[in-house]
Design a protein around this ligand. Structure first.
Ligand code: GTR
Length: 409
């Protein structure tokens, strides 16, 4: 059967475990030429780089060049925000290339009373003003996807959408537990539509160029790059001890790639990131490469399209993306009802990446059984399967904070 999703008819998603194809998991500890890797030094010198380069050229796409200029400016600050609980800063970051400029705003809350705090950095889907009802948070000007439930129309956020996504960010609890939050509206980096004329990509074009080259970045890589540019500011803020990068769903894919490309992130959290995130492609359970390239042709590099409905010829899988983050703490979280994201595939890739963590003497996920729902496993690598649907909940944040307390501070 075929279903029409976007551009081309695609096979219907499989949700039947007995129909998952038999496949062999590419071994993180055997090089493409067949050499065995036995310690962390060999991993870094021989294997990590070739895996990294594969993901860079064939999946997410390469960043084409360096920026010409980087600048930041604290445009708003209140040391007694949120009833005195927090310091709030809003920082405009300016990126310049070929005389073109792109600006984005970081909203930063730091807990009062601590000299230095660990910070969660994560993109939001519709604007910094959606994560809190704080009336002082700036509403983004950039293109915004319409969403009637969230009161966004005419592709522009307004006052009407202030606070509409508060439930996804446990800001009060973060502050009470001594964590800060930094968030950015992802549409300020690259509007999420199949159009390469705007956003970060367009800064880097040569004259007459209208889209990235075949092996160059899609939107996920551009969003990951934006997280690193936010980090350029955060790592110099003297009130911040370390930054844990977080993302949900498509933004979880971006958080993972940011974690793999930038080791300044001291920890990485993937919340329901699914296909192209933590889930294994080769299981073809729920969303597949064909589906994702078809519905979101702009997310990956053009070179990744050759793997649509050809998972078997892909020489890597997503556990190797996770392994690129080793030995830094990594949390992968799924939700039971989020079958489109293949929770079991997210779990298995976490488990398969564990042996790379083992090379560093770090504990991964050593369970062989699929874990029980709402029973988190927390080591340097952590995993939980939450009851409920595709979302970010207070439960998720409670687990992330408990884990970060021991492993990622
Ligand atoms: C879906 C997409 C998923 C996931 C999700 C989201 O439509 O198929 O890969 O990214 O969107 O970001 O919420």
């Amino acid at each position: 059967t075929l279903t029409t999703l976007g551009l081309m008819a695609q096979p219907e998603a499989n949700y039947d475990e007995t129909k998952v194809p038999k496949f062999s998991v590419p071994d993180p500890l055997t090089t493409f030429s067949g050499e065995a890797i036995t310690d962390s030094q060999e991993w870094e010198e021989k294997r990590k780089l070739e895996i990294y380069q594969f993901f860079e050229k064939q999946i997410y796409g390469k960043v084409p060049a360096l920026l010409d200029e980087y600048s930041f400016k604290v445009i708003e600050q209140d040391n007694q925000a949120l009833e005195g609980k927090a310091q709030r800063k809003q920082i405009t970051v300016g990126l310049k290339k070929n005389n073109r400029t792109l600006n984005f705003n970081i909203l930063l809350y730091l807990p009062n009373g601590n000299e230095k705090a660990p910070v969660f950095l994560g993109y939001n889907f519709h604007g910094n003003h959606t994560v809190t009802d704080d009336p002082n948070v700036i509403i983004p000007e950039a293109w915004n996807e319409n969403n009637a439930d969230l009161k966004i129309s005419s592709n522009k956020a307004t006052e009407a959408s202030r606070g509409v996504r508060m439930h996804r960010w446990s800001i009060d609890k973060m502050l009470d537990n001594g964590y800060g939050l930094a968030t950015v509206y992802y549409g300020e980096i690259d509007p999420d539509k199949n159009d390469f004329s705007d956003g970060l990509h367009s800064l880097f074009y040569a004259e007459e160029q209208t889209k990235p080259k075949t092996n160059e970045w899609g939107s996920i890589a551009a969003w990951a790059y934006g997280l690193s540019r936010a980090m350029d500011y955060l790592e110099n803020d003297t009130n911040i001890s370390n930054v844990i990068v977080f993302g949900h769903s498509r933004l979880g894919k971006a958080a993972l790639w940011a974690g793999a490309t930038d080791d300044r992130f001291s920890g990485v959290i993937s919340n329901n990131s699914g296909c192209g995130g933590a889930a294994l492609f080769k299981r073809k359970f729920g969303e597949t490469i064909g589906h994702i390239n078809n519905s979101f042709p702009h997310w990956f590099s053009e070179s990744f399209k050759k793997y649509s409905n050809k998972e078997e010829i892909l020489p890597v899988d997503q556990h190797q993306l996770l392994a690129l983050i080793a030995p830094r703490p990594l949390y992968v979280a799924s939700a039971v009802e989020d079958e489109w994201a293949d929770p079991k595939g997210e779990f298995l890739s976490t488990q398969y990446a564990s042996k790379v963590y083992g090379l560093y003497g770090k504990k991964g996920i050593d369970l062989t059984e699929f874990p029980e729902t709402d029973r988190p496993i927390q080591q340097t690598m952590a995993y939980h399967m939450r009851s409920g649907k595709h979302d970010v909940t207070a439960y998720d944040w409670d687990q992330y904070m408990t884990w970060a307390e021991t492993f990622a501070k």
